[in-house]
Design a protein around this ligand. Structure first.
Ligand SMILES: [Zn+2]
Length: 185
């Protein structure tokens, strides 16, 4: 036969009502009578009572100071500001160091490049001057060699075409020219 859980002293519902102190005077009397004769219930009830007493007598959690939150927030903000400042300072230092190293390095490179450029330009000027000198010298040499070259050419022509009129004309022209040059000099 099923027992009513509300009135069954071994049901969870009954124990809940006992803990809540929701028993009627009659039920309370019945409960005390049951505890007196039921070893298991008496032991569990004693354990429960001890737990209940422990919870009641336990020291309450320490109360936080009224300004704890504001204080903590302020401290965290202060720390964050300090960290940001530190990051800024460290960043600026790193940037300065990099800029300094870069300036030193690129300054050296730049001065080297300028020096190389100057050397190259002056070298070119020297080369150009040498080339011009060579060209001028060559031109002077060609000019002084021109009569000889013309003579060689004329002689070659004469030799190649012994009986031609052109050869005769060339010889006459060359002889006249040579005489003219001799009178001029
Ligand atoms: Zn019992």
């Amino acid at each position: 036969m099923l027992r009513d859980p509300i009135t069954d002293v071994h049901s969870d519902a009954w124990w809940m009502r006992v803990c809540e102190g929701a028993l009627s005077p009659q039920e309370e009397a019945d409960w005390q009578a049951h505890l007196a004769q039921c070893e298991a219930c008496r032991r569990e009830w004693t354990a429960l009572a001890q737990v209940d007493m422990l919870l009641r007598t336990a020291t309450p959690p320490p109360m936080l100071a009224p300004d704890f939150t504001a204080h903590t927030v302020e401290r965290i903000t202060h720390k964050q500001k300090l960290r940001q400042m530190l990051q800024f300072v460290v960043g600026a230092l790193i940037l300065g160091l990099v800029a300094w190293i870069g300036w030193a390095y690129f300054g050296a490179v730049l001065s080297n490049a300028v020096r190389a450029l100057v050397v190259m330009i002056s070298g070119r000027q020297v080369l150009f001057a040498a080339l011009m000198r060579t060209l001028v010298g060559l031109a002077v040499m060609i000019k002084s060699l021109l009569p000889l070259l013309l003579g060689i050419a004329g002689a070659a022509l004469l030799f190649l075409t012994p009986n031609s009129i052109l050869a005769s004309v060339m010889v006459v022209w060359y002889a006249r020219r040579k005489r003219a040059a001799a009178t001029a000099a």
